[in-house]
Design a binder for this molecule. Structure first.
Ligand code: HEM
Ligand SMILES: *[C@@H]1O[C@H](CO)[C@@H](O)[C@H](O)[C@H]1NC(C)=O
Length: 325
């Protein structure tokens, strides 16, 4: 005890000031799962609790949070650019074609942000890291695998609406275009097939599967007929009617792959993974071996989460995820 106080007394006040400031401003170059262990040990348990309650209230919210991280990472890297609201200076990604009237769960991110401010004492957790952790916790809450999330991303000071229109794959794509889209992000066909397994949870709107259920030939007839009941042939009132992406859309299981084998993929892009191309064997593997799917999904999520993060002194830690500081 005595030696401790002597040592403390010798510390220059400036050193103490820097040490205390360090509690609120941490900057390191590489992502690591332990990033918040000292600067805010309550960060991860806090996020987990909020995600659990959001998913308990509405299972689909878990799917929406998982998709949000994907749409963040594919556009200028995992930098929370997707969360910025429209302003005269910001062309929000929320209005990009794949996101407009589709992306959801922004309110859950707001809730996490303000609760973290409270438990950490200052804004230390980046919005980009919040997206990565809420995605993982959502998968776990819906019965899927857990993985260690590398952390330490920082947030962008800009949004990239035009890039969002280009970089996020479309549900009308064929396999070669899907492969290219993932390749542009440094992801291979194993990542493509495993990450597409995210469609084991959540829902899609009529407007994105209409051509599939009325025009595709590689679709189970009774499956197509039943979807047509809730999704009219012509553009109009039923455009935003929902269908589950797989029949067990609140459980993170392998039903997505079983559907593909049975020509019951909901999106044209889903079924494209099982049409005789290079991805067909992987679909069969994940259909018959959930552990192989879980292992690869976790691995590919880490890989996706590592797409061009801002680190060190790049970017910023936004105090409000919807606005630049
Ligand atoms: C492979 C290319 C992909 C395409 C073409 C695609 C396309 C889509 C489309 C069109 C929807 C429905 C949106 C709506 O109707 O509002 C959707 C939903 C969803 N996507 Fe994807 N997606 C792809 C990959 C991924 C990946 C890699 C993930 C995550 C790792 C993901 C996670 C989800 C989830 C969880 C939903 C349901 C969201 C909800 O219910 O709110 N998708 N996707
Ligand atoms: C987004 O959707 C709204 C309808 O809710 C529409 O008025 C608007 O034009 C869309 N924005 C873009 C950029 O397409």
């Amino acid at each position: 005890m005595a030696s401790f106080s002597v040592k403390t007394a010798k510390l220059h006040p400036l050193v103490l000031l820097v040490a205390i400031a360090g509690l609120c401003f941490a900057a390191k170059g590489q992502l690591t799962p332990s990033f918040y262990d000292h600067i805010c040990p309550q960060a991860l348990p806090t996020i987990k609790a909020i995600v659990q309650s959001a998913v308990y209230n509405e299972p689909r919210m878990g799917a929406s949070l998982l998709r949000m991280h994907f749409h963040d990472c594919f556009v200028h890297g995992c930098d929370a650019s997707v969360l910025l609201d429209q302003t005269p200076a910001i062309n929000s990604e929320k209005f990009a074609r794949p996101n407009n009237n589709s992306l959801r769960s922004f309110e859950v991110i707001d809730r996490v942000g303000s609760q973290l401010d409270r438990v950490c004492g200052c804004p230390v957790v980046s919005c980009a890291d919040i997206l990565a952790v809420t995605a993982r916790d959502s998968v776990v809450a819906l019965g899927g695998p857990w993985w260690n999330v590398p952390l330490g991303r920082r947030d962008s000071a800009d949004a990239y609406q035009a890039l969002a229109n280009l970089a996020i794959p479309s549900p009308f794509m064929e396999l070669p275009a899907l492969i290219d889209s993932f390749k542009d992000q440094g992801l291979d066909i194993i990542d493509l097939v495993a990450l597409s397994g995210a469609h084991t949870i959540g829902s899609a709107q009529c407007r994105v599967f209409r051509p599939r259920i009325y025009s595709d030939t590689n679709i189970d007839t009774s499956f197509a007929n039943s979807l047509q009941q809730n999704c009219a042939r012509s553009v109009g009132q039923t455009d935003s009617n929902l269908a589950p992406l797989d029949p067990t859309s609140a459980r993170f299981d392998t039903m997505y792959y079983k559907n593909l084998v049975n020509q019951k993929g909901l999106l044209h892009s889903d079924q494209a993974l099982f049409g005789g191309g290079s991805t067909e064997e992987l679909v069969k593997t994940y259909n018959s071996d959930y552990q192989a799917f879980w292992r690869q999904f976790a691995k590919s999520m880490v890989k996706m989460g590592n797409i061009k993060p801002l680190t060190g002194y790049d970017g910023q830690i936004r105090t409000n995820c919807r606005r630049v500081n």
